[in-house]
Design a protein around this ligand. Sequence first.
Ligand code: AMP
Ligand code: GLY
Length: 426
Amino acid sequence: MKVLLIGSGGREHALAFKLAASARLSHLFVAPGNGGTDAFGENISLNVSDHAEVAAFCLTREIDLVVVGPEAPLVAGLADDLRAAGIDVFGPSKAAAQLEGSKSFTKSLCDKMNIPTARYQRFDDVEQALNYVRQQGAPIVVKADGLAAGKGVTVAQNLAQAETAVRDCFSGAFGEAGAEVVIEECLRGEEVSVFAVCDGERFVTLASAQDHKQAFDGDRGPNTGGMGAYSPAPAMTPELLAQVEREIIAPTLVGMAQRGTPFSGVLFAGLMLTADGPKLIEHNVRFGDPECQVLMMRLKSDLLELLLASAKGDVSGIKPEWHGEAALCVVMAAKGYPGAYETGKPISGIEGAQSKKVRVFHAGTLLKGGQLQSNGGRVLNVTALGASVAEAKTAAYQALDKINWPGGFCRSDIGWRAIEAEKKNS
Ligand code: AMP
Ligand code: GLY
């Protein structure tokens, strides 16, 4: 089969790595890809926002499946336009991608389907939003409504932070995404991610994972796209997973089908495990990055079969199998990320860092004249397998020490919660 994978992050490098392992794959194109994906496929330049150009490429090259990595092309309706041209796509329609594209859309669905989530109000007026925040007090969560690359959310610990966040949203700090603001109750508990591959009606959940959103050690500092991840998440017991499937995933799919906008692709439910049970923080409509990297290291089954089943509309026969080992991923980011950072800095030592149990997935990298350079905020994802999360962590950091990139930084405590839980249980 010929596959076109869209995206350029660590998530897409991990997807390319697993797609390339499928016996059914004959050729993989990655648009645009990065400095790592070309080891598993052919990087090509396509204007992904020009849907007709993508469709024409797929028809000429006889592409059997398009896998859309990031959310933006899905929210822009790429999957709809490709399907209209008769091309199979892994990823939801524009209407179903609203689950990620609009926080207020998902909140309304939660109301309608009784899905447990944080109490909230939405505002399109700055003064009303400020009054509400003052009334509720801190801690409180302020969110720009639309897509903001994971950076449009402020968990405000005091009123001043909350008021600044509200003003930032309305003053255009997140562009169009901030024209409407959702203000939520601050949930307490442990965060986990649940991924369900869906076919519009049925779903199959994948192994559990957890990521670290904050930039600095101790889960401090500004929110980022994710500074590291691990799988499995010890907090996600089989009983809890069954509850999440029953109370959150299934009603989401039923609600979407009832609206006439069935969801297919991967539903990524970001959850808080509160004292009152699991609550939905947000839905995303694509794999998490870097959660995908740890899932792909642990996935034993054929990824292409799984994605194709979703695209073809029947996941009922699919039962993914997982390696028993844990996986942990440490993100190396450019100094300054998630704020301003430099690009174009040389990177070396990646080959020496890799082994049977360690893979370095590229995110923002670029090969220029044979030299690998940094080309983004999150740049490398050092991902290792180990008998436990603690052992995977040791292996990942040992590998990371072999990489030479003075322009980068990473957190030193990825996996700390899981490792504490492992110690308690041993
Ligand atoms: P989101 O983009 O909605 O996933 O939010 C980004 C991060 O902000 C989440 O992963 C949480 O760590 C945090 N967050 C979002 N909503 C809440 C909430 N209601 N209570 C506590 N933390 C939250
Ligand atoms: N790691 C979180 C995300 O992909 O949104």
